[in-house]
Design a protein around this ligand. Structure first.
Ligand SMILES: C[S@@+](CC[C@H](N)C(=O)[O-])C[C@H]1O[C@@H](n2cnc3c(N)ncnc32)[C@H](O)[C@@H]1O
Length: 273
């Protein structure tokens, strides 16, 4: 499986054909890679970008305890300012939109740290928001410092390319099975990724990625808003959850990831089947 699974992006590659990238992860910066993908070629985009959490430099400790909160302090989550973050997200959204087929839709996920500004940018750019979906984590990170509520949700925004998009995919039977209540309310409840599902680093002691998404999240997105054979693009793939679940549900995928450590983990994950 790993033979040919990873494509190394380089300046010498001017364009990618669909055949070359389907079922692959491209190791590179999605801001340059997406420019080389064919226009209007994918059916669904799953965007799980940096959160820009802006954690304080000092250790965060839990209230009433010496335990250090294991937050997201990765280099990839750091930006100098909101201005820099916004311009990164805006460029990502514009490039993703070029690659979307006219009826394609885009999902983006984040926390309160950035989801509101991402939503505003999307509306300003002309995306048409179809839903926000609230993922309630039944086992949130216990980051209770006693100064505010424990953050136990993430918000997803699901949007069409523009207001005139009508023929997007919405599989209402799946929505009814997965959303709360008879009318499939926009609330999903399931745990964060732990245990065997969580990829570990080489000495198997620490998690490989601080924000690996549970397969259940991608399963819900893919079943409700794509069809078998559809092409799903994940421009910031991390551990490759979107491609991994897409493959298991008979969808095709293209992934992009900048960090070689995650690409290695992804390769092993896909090899294990
Ligand atoms: C929130 S994580 C995605 C986690 C992923 N959904 C999973 O389930 O593992 C964001 C990822 O974006 C990657 N990333 C950040 N900037 C990038 C860029 N310019 N091009 C490609 N990947 C990037 C980071 O390395 C990180 O793995």
């Amino acid at each position: 499986m790993s033979n040919g699974f990873v494509i190394e992006d380089s300046e010498d590659i001017p364009k990618y054909s669909l055949e070359k990238v389907l079922g692959k992860v491209i190791h590179g910066n999605s801001l340059s890679v997406m420019k080389k993908l064919p226009k209007e070629s994918v059916d669904l985009v799953f965007l799980d970008p940096p959160y820009f959490l802006q954690l304080p430099k000092k250790d965060l400790r839990r209230w009433n305890s010496k335990t250090i909160v294991n937050g997201v302090d990765d280099e990839w989550d750091k930006f100098k300012s909101f201005e820099e973050y916004d311009s990164f997200i805006k460029e990502t959204l514009l490039l993703a939109r070029d690659i979307m087929k006219p009826a394609a839709t885009l999902w983006v996920i984040s926390t309160y740290h950035s989801i509101f500004r991402i939503g505003k940018m999307m509306q300003d750019l002309g995306f048409w928001i179809l839903n926000d979906v609230h993922w309630i984590k039944t086992n949130p990170m216990p980051n209770w410092l006693g100064v505010r509520f424990t953050n136990s949700t993430e918000t997803l925004i699901w949007a069409a390319k523009d207001k005139s998009s009508r023929k997007y995919t919405f599989n209402k039977e799946w929505a009814k099975k997965l959303g709360i209540g008879k009318v499939a309310a926009n609330v999903w409840e399931f745990p964060i990724c732990t245990g065997k599902e969580r990829l570990k680093d080489d000495d198997r002691r620490c998690k490989l990625h601080s924000t690996q998404k549970p397969a259940e999240l991608l399963k819900r997105i893919i079943l409700t808003t794509s069809n078998e054979g559809d092409i799903i693009l994940d421009p910031m793939a991390g551990t490759g959850t979107a491609g991994y679940v897409a493959r298991s549900l008979n969808r095709r995928f293209i992934m992009i990831e900048i960090n070689p450590k995650y690409i290695d983990g992804m390769k092993k994950r896909f090899d294990r089947g």
